[in-house]
Design a protein around this ligand. Sequence first.
Ligand code: SF4
Ligand code: SF4
Length: 133
Amino acid sequence: MRKKIVLNFPPRTVTKPITYHLVKDYDLIINIIHAKIERGETGVLVIEVKGKKEKFLEAVSFLEKQGIKVQLLAQDIDLDIDKCVECGLCTGVCPTQALYLDDEWHIGFDKDKCILCENCVQACPTRSISLKI
Ligand code: SF4
Ligand code: SF4
């Protein structure tokens, strides 16, 4: 099973080795997509998790017991390349560089970096980008 999740850390938990526990105690493979964590402030971590479903559910229960809010990202972004005019507007609003222009100014999309913020959906003038359920 493979899921993208957003973790919201209350200030008291931001210094805890949470990802270490997810790997060691629940055998999950973690890919950190986006992180904003500062001591004394609320933290946000967007991760992709791979592993067994039952271990994942146990890990979510562990996180919630720590006071960490877990939000599942169940959707995907779909880029319709036939409609895209490669204007590059979406790349300017993408916070993780999941959308980019390559050396020849063609649009590229790295799905693994996407945090589903939907900025690109709003920005695209040709409606080439949509949320896929
Ligand atoms: S904003 Fe839309 S049309 Fe412009 S490059 Fe991005 S996907 Fe293509
Ligand atoms: S939803 Fe769009 S703007 Fe947001 S991270 Fe994904 S590709 Fe980038």
